[in-house]
Design a protein around this ligand. Sequence first.
Ligand code: NAD
Ligand code: UGA
Length: 454
Amino acid sequence: MANTTITVIGAGYVGLTTATLLAEAGHTTYVLDINQQRLQAIKEGRSFFFEEGINPLIKHAIDNKKLIPTDSYEDSIPHSQFVFSCVGTPDNPDGSSNLTYVFAAAEQASRLMAANSIYIQKSTVPVGTGERVKEQFAKIKKKVAYVSNPEFLREGTAITDTLWFDRIVAGGNDKKSVSKVMDLYKSVESRRAEIAKRAGIQSPKTDTKNDKGAYIITNRNSAELIKVTANAFLALKISFANSIAKLADQTGADVNEVMDAVGADRRIGRAFLNAGRGYGGGCFPKDVSGLIASAQERGVDMPIMTAATDVNETMPGYIAEKIKKALGDNLSQKRIAVLGLAFKAGTSDVRRSPGIKLANVLAKNGAKVFAYDPQANEEARKDIHRSIELCNSYEEALQDADAVLISTEWPEFAAIKIDVFKNLMRGTLVVDAVNIINKQAVEKIDLRHIGVGR
Ligand code: NAD
Ligand code: UGA
């Protein structure tokens, strides 16, 4: 398609990734936010969060004047043929989705949108939200096409996930607009090799015909429900694995072996069956509670998702109890190294991080915690217990520790030579809350190993 002008509202994990890739595909792309710190970082050619490959793309797109950071709706929206909404949808205290930002962005944008332009909802919203936004547009008497186009990228692999997507989903009443949105993605896909090269990332698959991601057109409500259903199912898989892990702990089975064999069945698949300290992040916890709440609103119970949440919430406490027991039930005066504060590997994001939850539980129980994360130390600072010391390396955290707890699956931690634990620590306890350490190698040199379901 010919190059066009786009505004992406919200320069967060999703908005900045989307805007950058659209700009790299040649479209003049405004990235609109109210957060001056985030805008300033983009102007300087970088992201406010750690994400592999994104900085060279931002820098290139800024230098080319294809990516334009702005806080002005007036300067961006009226010129744009496409307006993406990528604002946050956090949870309310009762677990339901807080749509304040979604409605505020739609209200502000729709007043300024050009004739025949398209409003695209990328934020994760409960099914039925598009209907409400359309009613909002109707009140303003603007004829704006509305397309629901949920996002499936993961933090840590955001660029790869967007360039080599499994599927793009778009739904709306106006088929022409849906098709134009698909064309935008095709324009990114057609330049993915060049963009990936600039980002310095490898293509995950060969570009054969069979590896092509799917373009899936649905109705608007289906598109909304597809997004939350996908996240809920992935969360369910993790809680299922954690339930089996607890049984494995009682029986001498190894959950990694169990899930390798179970996941070899192509009907089940191995992905998202890694047991450990449970899921965290800015999405699974609030998307699951949002699904439960939106179902309840319509008189539908979701006990399966309530159970997934319950299991997930038990996991940090389950692991903390194991540590306490192994250290003689009293953590005071115990030095514990916590490796991993990001909610997962590959990101600096600490939203609802299980590693932070665990570090804080240990600190509240009197342990002296020395924590380290390769990317998330700074972001974690505001959320960690005041007694926790942040370290500049895992070696520093391990120094004289009675125990080490590995709480994020960073490859850097999986690669630590087991001797290093023995040489630096004064104690012998290695707690692997993400099941990435070789248990036999730990036990071979007379260290004690605790995993989850191993
Ligand atoms: P985020 O909080 O990082 O970013 C949202 C941005 O929107 C913030 O920078 C905020 O300042 C800005 N904003 C809020 N109101 C605004 C307004 N009226 N005008 C302009 N800017 C405004 O959120 P995120 O993680 O990028 O998630 C955004 C949405 O995408 C959520 O619905 C989330 O569930 C969904 N999602 C996130 C991911 C992910 O990996 N983070 C993946 C898929 C979907
Ligand atoms: C997740 C989904 O994977 C994305 O497809 C989706 O777009 C996104 O949410 C969203 O809607 O925001 P993300 O939160 O970035 O992406 O991270 P995941 O890789 O899904 O991991 C989520 C959590 O589950 C992490 O804490 C991770 O450590 C944990 N996890 C993951 C496990 O405990 N076990 C697993 O097997 C996999």
